[in-house]
Design a protein around this ligand. Structure first.
Ligand code: ADP
Length: 468
């Protein structure tokens, strides 16, 4: 049973949604029974699907007693049983996060989930919780008096992003159903209740979405470094997969010109032509794209200067195209650059799923100068579409991209989040583009790589089995 705040396509804010939308599907394909439970937000998916009520319960968040309802999607459209928790007024809102009462919302959600599971006739084999929004569940199963009968259900916590930890003041400790006061240390980190830290302490096993990210968390984890070091024995990294059925240049419904390894050169050239026509770019020049949230984590603030410096130092030998939204000042700087670099640069500020697919298909290179990247999906999508990743040497980017300077390599890696390093990597991309033979060799190598979920599912199943 997966417990998560996000699940694509029901509700997604980032990679967490993609993973929880795909992992259970592939676990079911492999012959297991995986289900997902998440909060019932007021989303398009909710309104456009059929639901049946499977459970109604009555429980409390401190002194507030409430009724919760568990509904299940009737048609099983996602390839796994999907359950939503409805707590009137608390969860059924349009946004996933960002409300003042988020601590109340996610604590009440977790209590309802555990309360519902405690009424099951059969116990789940494993409860797999994702990120801090479900991080208190391992504590509740172990140390809340009324759930003692669930104590032996193994728990796994997967960390998709350790920056967000769900901190709550100790004044909210009564939210958690009556618990053994000797265990207060299992909730605490630096004098606050820290649901992510509690999950790390209490879950039977902890995973991160790449092994390099786990290494990095021991030195930089927004205050939890010592905890990751102390608990290293139960932590492991399992790389995310990509949904090869959705992300396939041979069948992708968002692109016009389909291709596979054999005709990638022609297929990509047509998509590139489409992009260049739309965005007033030159198809003869290498096309370098950026797709993602325009935030510091992604290094997006450095893009305008890195593009400007590249034009200045290398010359107008390459084209750039950006798709993303985020910090207003970064959006503004990227808009302003359009005037200076017309014909060689363009940007689409906003979210556009179909354009992102066309960019993966039509680009020659994708740039990811991330400061932090727990796993990263873009580079894996890009490689499946024959697009060379230019990435900073961090987290999941380090685990999935090998520099083409190394025998058998296929991407471009750089080490610092600095305009200088990014510009130098762009220069290497421009040089590589001129070596047509090498480009083709690299493209073929990348498109033959396997980032499918099947491999990761195997690792998760092995982990679950180790808990028996
Ligand atoms: P994160 O979860 O940190 O944002 P990931 O690499 O795990 O980063 O996932 C990013 C996903 O969001 C990818 O599927 C990417 O294509 C998509 N994406 C990000 N920004 C946009 C955008 N502006 N338009 C379309 N898709 C986007």
């Amino acid at each position: 049973m997966h417990v998560s705040a996000e699940c694509y396509p029901v509700a997604k804010a980032g990679g967490l949604g993609d993973v929880v939308g795909a992992l259970p599907k592939y676990q079911n394909n492999a012959g297991h029974i995986a289900k997902v439970v998440m909060p019932m937000y007021r989303t398009k998916f909710l309104l456009s699907h059929q639901w049946e009520v499977v459970h109604k319960g009555y429980t409390n968040l401190g002194s507030w007693w409430f009724t919760y309802t568990i509904i299940k999607e009737s048609a099983n459209t996602l390839g796994f049983d999907l359950y939503l928790v409805d707590i009137n007024g608390l969860l059924d809102r349009e946004k996933i996060y960002g409300y003042d009462d988020d601590p109340e919302r996610f604590t009440a959600f977790q209590i309802s989930v555990v309360d519902w599971i405690s009424a099951w006739e059969h116990r789940p084999d494993v409860i797999h919780v994702h990120d801090y929004h479900a991080g208190l569940i391992p504590f509740m199963l172990k140390h809340c008096f009324r759930y003692q009968h669930l104590q032996l259900i193994p728990t796994v916590l997967t960390i998709h992003n350790a920056q967000y930890q769900g901190w709550m003041g100790w004044d909210k400790s009564n939210f958690i159903p009556s618990w053994d006061p000797w265990k207060w240390g299992m909730l605490d980190w630096k004098n606050t209740i820290n649901p992510l830290a509690s999950g790390i302490k209490c879950a039977w096993k902890v995973t991160t979405v790449s092994w390099s990210y786990l290494e990095e968390l021991r030195v930089s984890a927004n205050g939890l470094e010592a905890l990751f070091e102390y608990e290293r024995g139960k932590c492991s990294g399992i790389l995310n997969g990509i949904d090869n059925l959705v992300w396939d240049p041979a069948t992708d419904t968002y692109i016009q010109h389909h291709y596979s390894i054999e005709d990638a050169k022609e297929g990509k050239a047509k998509s590139k032509q489409n992009l260049c026509d739309t965005f007033d770019l030159d198809p003869a020049k290498p096309l370098i794209v950026f797709i993602g949230r325009l935030v510091g984590e992604k290094g997006a603030d450095l893009l305008p200067q890195a593009f400007g410096d590249s034009f200045y130092h290398i010359g107008r030998e390459m084209n750039f195209l950006v798709l993303g939204s985020g910090f207003p000042e970064v959006e503004r700087a990227l808009e302003d650059l359009k005037i200076y670099a017309q014909g060689d640069y363009n940007a689409y500020i906003g979210y556009n799923e179909s354009l992102s697919h066309l960019m993966y298909a039509g680009a020659d290179f994708i740039l990811m100068p991330s400061r932090v990247e727990p796993c990263g999906l873009n580079q894996m999508y890009a490689m499946r579409y024959g697009t060379v990743p230019i990435v900073r040497d961090t987290g999941g980017l380090r685990d999935t991209v090998v520099d083409f300077g190394v025998p058998g390599g296929y991407g471009i890696r750089f080490s610092q989040v600095s305009v200088g390093d990014i510009t130098q990597a762009i220069w290497r991309a421009a040089e590589l583009y001129n070596d047509k033979e090498k480009m083709e060799e690299i493209r073929e190598r990348m498109m033959n790589l396997d980032f499918s979920w099947e491999t990761s599912v195997g690792h998760y199943i092995d982990l679950y089995r180790s808990l028996k």
